[in-house]
Design a protein around this ligand. Structure first.
Ligand code: NZQ
Ligand code: ZN
Length: 381
């Protein structure tokens, strides 16, 4: 096992009616900016619950943080925070609202431009405290320090790291209103988050392996229930907690991480606007195939422990595990090929060009460069 430090300071407040606890979690003297997306919270009762909980508090609202939050939008919020002396941010929405809010919190006291800050990859100097009411189980953003920010002008999308939310309120009841496509993408995203921290070498940490396999098994088990009845509170609660646990650092202790599927997926979103979780289900099966020599032993372990695949030669077991993974994604109602989405050679060439220009070396061994990314994307056609 590798050395590691671990500290996740986010307080999770989970369950029915918990949004009412908001006011007691935010110090009374704070000037709050509440950030929102495009309006889903007005239709599912979350907005009313938040404003009722904040009655009598000094707050302003900022609307319009879009899916794949754009720096162009976030700059406006930064200006407003500065002008109004905001000193606490509350994000109410999905991963995009949370991520956007993380950049706002980091940029208010930063001298330069918010995109310049994004490109440095890490927050610098003072970051405003922030918290969330998370409405879409997928990203884990409610309990991690990551944010993924897009630039509409340059069609780029990059990860940025800052401080953790002080607290996050998770009420599974607010997920009943999610579009089924977002649920499918959310389950897929959570599953692939575990994979990025799991599908590397065998035997590094048996404990991390079992936790990861437990989350993946839980997602495979709960997915049909969630898809059958999105108003099933317990099923949605299980999905919601799985999404949080998939990317809050708990399965990452002392193990290598990959993240190449995400990095390639971000390019597909940047170039085509394809929803994040959907990009991952297209890239992952192809990546498993191209990287089968390096990842074979762990793929077989996953096949056995997550999908019950115990028969056949090593190569056959790898094939069957990749098939089972793709079949799981398809069972969510998602397409798993680039051609299904009308994406082809032009995009592959652009991603290869970008990765080569940036000299990227992705994956746990740093050996996925532009050329290997091309191979993966060609397999995903
Ligand atoms: O904008 P509104 O009107 O709120 O609607 C949203 C949006 O259209 C809607 N929605 C959210 N909660 C809802 C709801 N609709 C009905 N009922 C609800 N309860 O869903 C749509 C998608 O929302 P979005 O926030 O974009 O989705 P998600 O949570 O999947 O976030 C995606 C973003 O997170 C990044 C992705 O790259 C992408 O930019 N990621 C962030 C990570 C992190 N912070 O650690 C890691 C991930 O790997 C990921 O990259
Ligand atoms: Zn993701």
């Amino acid at each position: 096992m590798n050395n590691f430090t671990f500290c996740n300071p986010t307080k999770i407040i989970f369950g029915r009616g918990m949004i009412a606890r908001l006011a007691r979690e935010i110090p009374a003297d704070k000037k709050i900016m509440v950030t929102f997306g495009g309006g889903s919270v007005r239709r599912n009762g979350v907005y009313e619950q938040v404003t009722a909980a904040l009655a009598g508090r000094d707050y302003i609202e900022f609307w319009g943080i879009e899916p794949n939050p754009k720096v162009e939008t976030l700059r406006c919020a930064v200006e407003q925070c500065r002008a109004e002396g905001v000193d606490f941010l509350l994000a109410v929405g999905g991963g995009s609202v949370l991520d956007g809010t993380k950049l706002i919190a980091s940029a208010v006291h930063y001298d330069g431009d918010a995109w310049e800050l994004t490109l440095t990859g890490r927050a610098k100097g003072r970051v405003l405290p922030f918290a969330s009411v998370m409405t879409l189980p997928a990203t884990g953003s409610e309990m991690n320090n990551g944010a993924v920010i897009s630039n509409a002008t340059t069609a780029e999308k990059y990860a940025f790291y800052t401080t953790y939310p002080q607290f996050s309120i998770l009420d599974p009841g607010v997920t009943f209103s999610l579009p089924p496509y977002q649920v499918a993408c959310g389950i897929a995203d959570s599953f692939v988050h575990v994979i990025e921290q799991y599908l590397t070498a065998t035997g590094v940490s048996p404990l991390m392996d079992r936790w990861s396999e437990g989350i993946m098994q839980t997602l495979v088990e709960v997915a049909p229930k969630v898809r059958e009845n999105q108003n099933d509170y317990d099923a949605m609660a299980t999905y919601m907690l799985s999404a949080t646990m998939a990317l809050n650092g708990f399965v990452a202790m002392g193990v290598e991480q990959d993240w190449a599927t995400h990095m390639i997926g971000h390019e597909l979103t940047a170039l085509h606007g394809l929803t994040h979780g959907h990009t991952l289900v297209i890239v992952l099966p192809a990546l498993m195939d191209v990287m089968r020599e390096q990842k074979g032993a762990k793929i077989c372990q996953m096949g056995e422990r997550v999908f019950g695949i115990t028969e056949g030669s090593t190569e056959e077991r790898i094939d069957r595990t990749i098939e089972a993974t793709e079949a799981f994604f398809r069972s969510l109602g998602l397409t798993t090929r680039l051609s299904d989405e009308g994406i082809g050679e032009e995009t592959i060439a652009e991603i290869e060009r970008r990765f080569t220009k940036r000299s990227v070396g992705l994956g746990e061994r740093g050996n996925i460069d532009g050329k290997v990314a091309r191979k993966i994307l060609e397999k995903a056609l």
